[in-house]
Every structure is written in C-alpha cells, then in structure tokens.
Write a protein that binds this ligand. Structure first.
Ligand code: ZN
Length: 137
C-alpha cells in the first residue's frame, strides 16, 4: 500500500503533494481491526530504477539458504532437547512462546508504554517492535 495517493509521503526523493487530511484519510482506508490481523508490516522505501537495473548482485540464494539452515538447526537442537514435537519456531504454541520469548525488563517497559500510549487492542499486544521504528501487528 502506498503511504499516500501520490506515493511520496515522507519520501527523501520527491515531495508529497497530498494535503495532510488526504494522507490521513488515505491511510485509514484499512480499518484498525483488519490491521490487527495483519502479522507483518514492512516499510519499503522507493527504489531507484538504476539500483534495480544495475549489475550489482545481491546475496546469493545459496548463501541465504545456509543462513536459514543454520538458524533452523539451532531451533531443531533446542526443541529436540525438550523432547517436543516442535521442529522450528513457527511451530511454537503459547506455552513455548512464553518460555522462550520472554521480554527483558526493558522490553516489558516498552510494551507497557506502547499499549498505554498507542491504545493497542488485545490482538495488537502480540506486536513486535521492528527496526524501522513502528509497531508490526
Ligand atoms: Zn502524497
């Protein structure tokens, strides 16, 4: 979804031509309850054509596969030591999530403040704070 009708809201490259009220109305097209059911929100900056069409190669699929496999091996070792039917993090149920995904004191404080200040609903309380600085539902 574009951030506004012209697509340049908060862009470093081009000024947004939309009135603030238009941006707000545009961004509210998706209701809060629907947003609560979207698990991952990622802010994707605009990419120049030159970067897309350049010869520079990114990380290879083989390299990515090795990193993913290493992470899955760690997960398999962890869950095998528990003699569980769980194979990877995606299989974790509420009990395992509470056991292995405990927030430290700083994270607890951040969650408490966010739930209070952002009026997050119950489904949103499962949020994670992303590295782009907004709440991912
Ligand atoms: Zn705009």
């Amino acid at each position: 979804m574009n951030p506004c009708p012209c697509g340049y809201y908060q862009s470093d490259q081009n000024p947004c031509t939309c009135a603030p009220a238009v941006v707000t109305k545009y961004q509210k097209r998706i209701s809060g309850p629907l947003l609560d059911r979207i698990d991952i929100h990622i802010e994707v900056p605009r990419v120049d054509y030159e970067k897309l069409s350049g010869d520079r190669m990114g990380e290879t699929s083989e390299s990515i596969r090795k990193r993913v496999q290493a992470a899955r091996n760690i997960q398999q070792q962890l869950f095998a030591s528990m003699q569980s039917d769980i194979i990877c993090n995606a299989d974790m149920r509420v009990g395992e999530i509470r056991q292995f995904c405990k927030l430290q004191d700083e994270g607890q404080s951040l969650m408490r403040a966010a739930m209070s200040q952002l009026n997050l609903s119950a489904p949103s309380s499962r949020c994670e704070f992303t590295n782009v600085g907004y709440w991912s539902l």
